[in-house]
Design a binder for this molecule. Structure first.
Ligand SMILES: [Zn+2]
Ligand SMILES: [Zn+2]
Length: 272
């Protein structure tokens, strides 16, 4: 039994496969359920378009539930980016529809000129160590803000910048100095009953690890956290469910024996 709680269909600007193809692949791969979580990206989308897209996506997910619901538990979710800099609009989108779950993410931050640039578009190869530190510090500040203030159910890819800084640009980083801040974020999401996502997109790739890694998952558990979701963050059907089994084994090795999926924004536990 495994649920992929984070994936993108071609309703997202950066993803390729149709929702039908995602459902058919999930069934073929033996997944128990999937949560469609197409992007809501306020740095490139005006509010009325975000609301329009969210409504359209929700209708498509309902159609998928009708078409594939007998073989697959399908959830209507949304990945809402960057509430730290786009608070009002993102909160309106979060409240607009009866989602099964809402994912909160930090994908973009303001650069020195006040321009919002996604982590994906930054060339970290020329960054000094201090500049990388400054970047990570700003990232965790933004994440702490959304953890405290924004309306969402699942905190996505807590250590996301490592996907680019180390995974793409091969720059070594350690989260050691951010552990006090990471602990504060974990403490807030535990209090607010927000789930910690174990993002499996990098399993089998350069990093070959989960985001966040198991030391942070174990810390979350030791602090009393029990809401864990697994998400492949697939942007194409071929990677749907990528790394879920490996992550399950890693969680079990760390004494984490259950994860959850969502219905009507409430977690439902299942045994790993
Ligand atoms: Zn994301
Ligand atoms: Zn995503």
């Amino acid at each position: 039994m495994l649920y992929d709680m984070h994936l993108h269909s071609n309703l997202s600007h950066d993803a390729e496969s149709t929702p039908e193809k995602m459902c058919e692949t999930a069934i073929k791969n033996g997944l128990s359920g999937i949560a469609f979580s197409d992007h809501c990206d306020p740095h490139i989308t005006p509010l009325n378009k975000m609301l329009e897209d969210a409504k359209r996506n929700h209708r498509v997910y309902d159609d998928m539930k009708k078409e594939y619901g007998d073989s697959l538990y399908i959830m209507s979710s949304i990945e809402i980016g960057d509430a730290h800099d786009f608070f009002e609009g993102t909160q309106q989108v979060a409240a607009a529809l009866p989602y099964d779950s809402v994912i909160g993410s930090v994908h973009v931050m303001k650069d020195a000129f006040g321009k919002h640039t996604p982590h994906t578009q930054i060339d970290f190869s020329g960054f000094s160590q201090d500049a990388i530190d400054e970047y990570l510090n700003a990232y965790f500040n933004a994440l702490e803000f959304i953890a405290k203030k924004a309306d969402f159910d699942i905190l996505a890819h807590l250590t996301l910048p490592i996907r680019y800084i180390s995974g793409k640009y091969n720059r070594a980083i350690s989260f050691e100095k951010y552990m006090p801040q990471i602990k504060r974020i974990l403490s807030v999401i535990i209090d607010r009953k927000i789930a910690l996502e174990i993002n499996t997109s990098e399993i089998g790739k350069t990093l070959n690890d989960t985001l966040p890694s198991m030391d942070i998952a174990a810390l979350y558990k030791s602090m009393g956290g029990s809401l864990i979701t697994l998400g492949s963050d697939a942007h194409v059907a071929d990677t749907l469910g990528n790394g879920l089994k490996e992550a399950r084994d890693m969680l079990l090795q760390n004494g984490i024996t259950q994860a959850c999926y969502f219905k009507d924004r409430n977690p439902i536990f299942y045994a790993l």
